[in-house]
Write a protein that binds this ligand. Structure first.
Ligand SMILES: CC(=O)N[C@H]1[C@@H](OP(=O)(O)OP(=O)(O)OC[C@H]2O[C@@H](n3ccc(=O)[nH]c3=O)[C@H](O)[C@@H]2O)O[C@H](CO)[C@@H](O)[C@@H]1O[C@H](C)C(=O)N[C@@H](C)C(=O)N[C@H](CCC(=O)O)C(=O)O
Ligand SMILES: Nc1ncnc2c1ncn2[C@@H]1O[C@H](COP(=O)(O)OP(=O)(O)OP(=O)(O)O)[C@@H](O)[C@H]1O
Length: 506
């Protein structure tokens, strides 16, 4: 976890006075330098926050936290009772999770002179839009910070992410570390889970954005309406000052209606008119070129080095966010120059093959809508057959599996159904559901079931010819597979390259 390297110590009595909180035990002379809700990550001088969770109450790990150097505990009444014997000075709150953001902002002083803060939510395209934004901000000459599902960046420093959106204590520590590195603009990917679980509390974004909403995460939310409401909670004055909403999914209009902050809209969908509209001019295997036109006929023509209309849509959203943040469209155009946006997006329709042989793309798509768009993009540049290799997450929304199988079959010529992260589920039964879904499609791709995935990609490469494309959807940038709770080291990109080498293509 990234933390400030030179944290300042803050008096816990000051926190209690500022927030008007109750306490147990003496706080005299207690100073805190950090905050965490994970006992295993406590550093000397930390305030340990005991959060009640789905599996256990964090306060039951207070002894471990103390042994690692925690100087105080913040928890609820039940937590205080659980940790009574540990003897840490204790601050009492009704909901430790709800308090975590503001308390962390106070400890790390992240509300003092914050950088430009840009946040993105939506089902698909958050990571892509975040990287595109980071790219443009760098081209504008700013030192940037980034937090996504794939990586967190502080200027040129990169670390691999664990959650899409870190817990609030980690988020504020990250922001404090970014401040030490003189980061001027920060782009944060914000999941629905983060909004529902207080992970971006204590942060007021300058601009918040919505990409789209489609079937996903219905293991966490009762239905699409509840999922939408979780996302729309981003468009509240305590979260963001201004909003940008993509109208590319029908839910965009709903977010506009639900928003309680000023919003502007952007559309890349023909026939759907936003305040900003994007028209695709050219699509090649190396870039997508587009014109973005806004109010008062302001317009910008540029390109993004990614395939598919959806990536141009993400780029349009990113540019409108910057305009809303106060950048002139002309200045953005000038910074992008003739070559357009410079970005490298790990594991999103990432081409891992060389010049000879089939094109092989590794992608992070794991929802029907992501499959639809990436398959359409790959099809455009495939003179031969589209071969899709995919599996589905175990212990995650199982209701989307039929639709994933159906969309995959509709969009490809050959389907290789394999495993992804089975977690605690039986991989064979996940594959069976995907195959059932494929059977519901109007277009029946030729189907073969191959397990495990290292065999599946080798099979796909062995049947592919020059001019064919292989889309391996699911693993993207990830460097592990979760099998029965164990994170086994595994890189789809490395496996795909190896399979190509073994077949003599690289
Ligand atoms: C459903 C969910 O979000 N759960 C999160 C939640 O877990 P929980 O409430 O069950 O916590 P718990 O296991 O009961 O533990 C209670 C407390 O004790 C602490 N603890 C526990 C054990 C221990 O030894 N020491 C210790 O300190 C825990 O840190 C926690 O604070 O709090 C934990 C502590 O921060 C998170 O790690 C955990 O995320 C889990 C790993 C997760 O997989 N979350 C996913 C669903 C998620 O958030 N995904 C989204 C979006 C993904 C996407 O877009 O596709 C994301 O933003 O990543
Ligand atoms: N605007 C978009 N509309 C539909 N699909 C998209 C869009 N942008 C990206 N995708 C596809 O969705 C998948 C995930 O992309 P990306 O990682 O950018 O989204 P995300 O919202 O960050 O997803 P996650 O939260 O799972 O990380 C990829 O297959 C990508 O090609």
């Amino acid at each position: 976890m990234l933390r400030p390297e030179h944290p300042s110590a803050r008096s816990l009595s000051g926190l209690v006075a500022d927030f008007g909180l109750d306490t147990q035990g003496s706080l005299d002379g207690v100073y805190v330098t950090g905050v965490t809700l994970r006992s295993g990550e406590v550093q000397p001088g930390d305030l340990y926050v005991g959060v009640p969770g789905a599996n256990s109450h964090g306060a039951s790990y207070a002894a471990e936290a103390k042994a690692q150097g925690a100087v105080a505990l913040l928890t609820d009444a039940a937590g205080a009772e659980l940790a009574r014997e540990v003897g840490l000075p204790t601050v009492l709150v009704d909901s430790p999770r709800a308090a975590l953001g503001d308390v962390s902002a106070w400890v790390y002083r992240t509300s003092d002179h914050p950088p430009l803060l840009l946040g993105i939510t939506g089902t698909n395209g958050k990571t892509s839009t975040a990287y595109i934004l980071e790219g443009i901000l760098r081209q504008l000459g700013l030192v940037t910070g980034l937090s996504t599902t794939a990586e967190r960046h502080i200027g040129d420093l990169t670390v691999v992410s664990r959650l899409t959106t870190p817990e609030a204590s980690e988020m504020h520590a990250l922001l404090a570390r970014m401040k030490e590195s003189e980061v001027r603009a920060v782009v944060l990917e914000v999941s629905a889970q983060a909004l529902s679980r207080n992970r971006v509390d204590g942060i007021v974004f300058d601009v918040v954005a919505f990409t789209n909403l489609s079937h996903d995460h219905l293991d966490d939310y009762a239905d699409m309406e509840e999922y939408l409401e979780a996302k729309a909670a981003f468009f509240e004055p305590e979260r963001g000052r201004r909003g940008v909403v993509s109208l590319d999914s029908p839910y965009g209009e709903r977010v506009v209606d639900l928003s309680r902050i000023p919003v502007t809209t952007v559309s890349a969908t023909p026939g759907v008119v936003g305040e900003w509209n994007l028209e695709i001019l050219d699509e090649t295997a190396a870039y997508t070129e587009f014109t973005l036109t806004g109010p008062e006929a302001r317009s910008l023509t540029t390109r993004v080095p990614l395939i598919g209309w959806h990536m141009a849509a993400n780029a349009g959203l990113a540019i409108v966010m910057l305009v809303e943040a106060g950048f002139e469209l002309e200045a953005i155009g000038h910074a992008l120059g003739d070559d357009g946006i410079v970005t490298y997006l790990p594991g999103r329709t990432e081409r891992v093959s060389g010049d000879a042989g089939p094109s092989v793309y590794v992608d992070f798509g794991h929802s029907p809508d992501a499959f639809l768009n990436t398959l359409a993009a790959v099809r455009k540049f495939t003179p031969g057959r589209v071969i899709m290799v995919f599996g589905a997450d175990g212990d995650r929304d199982a209701t989307k599996r039929h639709e994933m199988g159906r969309v995959a079959s509709e969009g490809s010529d050959i389907l290789v159904v394999t495993d992804h992260h089975p977690r605690f589920e039986d991989p064979a039964s996940i594959r069976a559901t995907l195959i059932e879904g494929a059977g519901l499609a109007d277009h029946q791709a030729e189907l073969i079931e191959v397990s495990p995935p290292e065999k599946a990609i080798r099979h796909a490469v062995s049947i592919a010819k020059e001019g064919d494309s292989i889309l391996w959807a699911g693993p993207g940038h990830q460097d592990y597979r979760d099998i029965r709770g164990e994170r086994t080291p595994y890189s789809a990109r490395a496996e795909a390259r190896e399979a190509l080498r073994e077949s003599g293509w690289q």
